[in-house]
Ligand binder design. Structure first.
Ligand code: NAD
Length: 294
């Protein structure tokens, strides 16, 4: 890290109009948080059902606050008015910064980033919310890699304070500055980190998930493992956390980590979480993962 986050912020261009690609767990959460903190955001997905779900989640969070008397009807309407759902790139020419939050697949992300680059202004910042894929790898086919960096939020977005801003080899200071500034606008604590698979947090977290998966493969009861880790002091155990993250996302991210660190992360045969994915146990997103949800 060449400069501290605060120093970058001084040179930041204003981030007034934003967009998020993907209205899933993360895209929906990013749209809500941006809107809540006053920065309008376009929320684009390829499926209208995903957009409906993203908006439903935002409404649910706001309704809870309304019922507790922490928010007025007017304020709720204002926040919802800041989220503009869309299925097209129509208004992307006006956007200062786009956060990409589509599925954790290098090919899909590569194609989506190339597509969005063709639909924005020359100085629009593109930031990927990838959990694990190296920023340089994703930047490989971009025409303006200097405008590209990572902006890695944590789940659930409205509660988790940290955002990793990942600087690739070609990322400009201006892109880092704008992304750090936007994270602060959203009420988050940005840290600027260098590029590698998994960045900082997931380089620590995924070996932990791998260790847990190995225990399950050896017959350890996942609920016991969760209870032990809670006693150890973590707010939730690894099985519950994997359900929150999404088993599909965890499997895809584990593959990227295994490619990046084959000596430490590679796995012989099918992992426990791969078997869960094969059985469509995706976690909270479809109501059944390690645990069952309503
Ligand atoms: P998700 O499966 O909930 O949502 C992905 C969304 O992307 C879906 O709604 C899908 O329709 C949409 N999509 C797919 N292709 C698209 C395209 N071409 N254009 C627009 N939308 C498209 O996944 P998620 O958990 O929100 O993860 C999204 C990204 O965020 C991944 O890169 C993931 O690694 C990262 N991430 C996830 C977590 C987590 O805990 N789930 C945490 C941090 C980062």
């Amino acid at each position: 890290v060449k400069k501290k986050a605060k120093q970058y912020e001084k040179d930041a261009k204003a981030v007034e109009q934003t967009a998020v690609l993907g209205a899933g767990i993360m895209g929906g959460g990013i749209a809500y948080q941006s809107a809540y903190k006053g920065t309008p955001i376009l929320m684009k997905d390829i499926r209208s059902e995903a957009i409906e779900l993203g908006l439903k989640e935002a409404r649910k969070l706001l309704t809870k606050q309304l019922e507790r008397g922490k928010l007025s009807q007017t304020r709720m309407a204002e926040v919802l008015g800041n989220i503009r759902p869309t299925l097209s790139y129509g208004d992307f020419g006006e956007v200062d910064l786009v956060v990409e939050a589509v599925v954790e697949n290098p090919k899909v992300k590569g194609a989506v980033l190339t597509e969005v680059e063709a639909n924005v202004a020359a100085d629009t910042i593109l930031a990927s919310n990838t959990s694990t894929i190296s920023i340089d790898r994703l930047a490989a086919n971009l025409k303006r890699p200097e405008n590209f960096c990572g902006m890695h939020f944590f789940n659930p977005v409205h509660r988790m304070p940290l955002v990793e801003v990942i600087r690739g080899a070609k990322t400009s200071d201006a892109a880092v500055a704008a992304t750090v500034a936007y994270a602060r606008q959203m009420g988050k604590t940005p840290i600027v980190v260098n590029d590698c698979p998994g960045f900082l947090v997931n380089r620590v977290l995924f070996p932990y998930f791998g260790g847990f998966s190995g225990l399950v493969e050896h017959g350890v009861d996942f609920e016991r493992a969760d209870k032990v880790m809670e006693r150890f002091g973590w707010p939730m155990g690894p099985a519950y956390l994997l359900d929150v993250v999404g088993i599909d996302t965890a499997v895809h991210a584990s593959e990227v980590m295994a490619e990046g660190f084959p000596d430490r992360m590679a796995h012989d045969g099918k992992s426990a979480i791969q078997i869960m994915l094969d059985n469509q146990r995706l976690g909270q997103k479809n109501g059944k993962g390690f645990y069952l949800y309503e």
